[in-house]
Design a protein around this ligand. Structure first.
Ligand SMILES: [Zn+2]
Length: 284
């Protein structure tokens, strides 16, 4: 399975959740009998899973967490270009493509392969829920589509830092799984300026609601396009996502008609409407 890509190529929550759902149906339940990893230390943990079976596949933010039957976790972060797929038959790494970073072969024959062209991905085997070796995962905020994520939570979490609201969202701390695309979309939908350093309670309520909305829509779209792709009808998933703001700098805002502004905020390309998303005046 090719990764379902949104148009930045970077998997965000909807893409990773879609991969998880696809893999759940295909992962064998029997033990891993062989494994290989690329020499980079980022992938070196892969063989530690030999001898274990995968009993469940969870997702936290943009991390996939395979629960092993011996009480450990096999964690995969897809980075920018990573993809995971189950193949019916094992290949030896030397026969495989040059972008293969890890593989796990099950006793019944199939092989799970991790491919990552740009090598921003990561593999770790840890004790169950002991994620100290992965600081971003260890400090991850609540799941945006779960019950722990509310406007009240977001308001409190954003107040802990004086950084721009978009930068905070991308840190994964106030909430898990929001990347550049869905951050721009949710901020636009909630009419919150991405550089705001003070977010009011009503703004936080709107923003939390819009984060849930854009991610749910993304999940529906990615799931649909991926099914099309698997059926052989489609191009890469996600290009059909309807985006109101991200990547539309210079085009008229769908709400007010003013041209959307494209700029850089803390090193990330950012698009917003300077008319609908007013930057609040700092309190003196
Ligand atoms: Zn506007």
């Amino acid at each position: 399975m090719r990764p379902p890509c949104n148009d930045s190529g970077m998997p965000e929550l909807p893409e990773v959740e879609t991969i998880r759902r696809q893999l759940v149906a295909r992962l064998p339940g029997d033990p891993i009998v062989a494994a290989w990893s690329h020499p980079s230390p980022k992938f070196a943990d892969a063989p530690l899973a030999i001898g274990s079976s995968i009993v469940e596949l969870d997702r936290r933010g943009k991390y996939l967490i395979a629960r092993l039957d011996d009480g450990r976790d096999l964690i995969v972060h897809l980075g920018m270009t990573g993809s995971l797929a189950v193949h019916p038959q094992a290949v030896t790494p030397t026969d495989a493509d040059p972008h293969l970073r890890a593989s796990w072969t099950f006793g019944s024959g199939p092989q799970l392969r991790f491919r990552d062209v740009r090598r921003f991905g990561r593999i770790a085997v840890t004790e169950r829920d002991d994620h100290r070796s992965l600081p971003t995962l260890a400090t991850l905020g609540p799941e945006p589509l779960g019950p722990g994520f509310t406007g009240e939570h977001l308001h409190r979490a954003l107040a802990l830092s004086s950084r721009a609201v978009k930068t905070q969202l991308l840190s994964q701390r106030p909430v898990a799984g929001v990347g550049n695309i869905y951050a721009d979309e949710a901020l636009w939908a909630a009419r919150v300026h991405p550089a705001s350093t003070q977010v009011t309670r009503p703004q936080a309520e709107r923003l939390a609601s819009m984060i849930r909305h854009v991610l749910s829509e993304g999940l529906d779209h990615v799931g649909t396009t991926l099914r099309d792709y698997v059926d052989g009808n489609g191009e890469r998933g996600g290009h059909q996502l309807h985006l109101s703001c991200y990547g539309r700098g210079g085009e008229p805002c769908e709400r007010c008609g003013q041209p959307l502004v494209r700029g850089v905020l803390d090193g990330r390309t950012t698009t917003w409407c300077s008319s609908c998303q007013r930057r609040p005046r700092r309190r003196t």
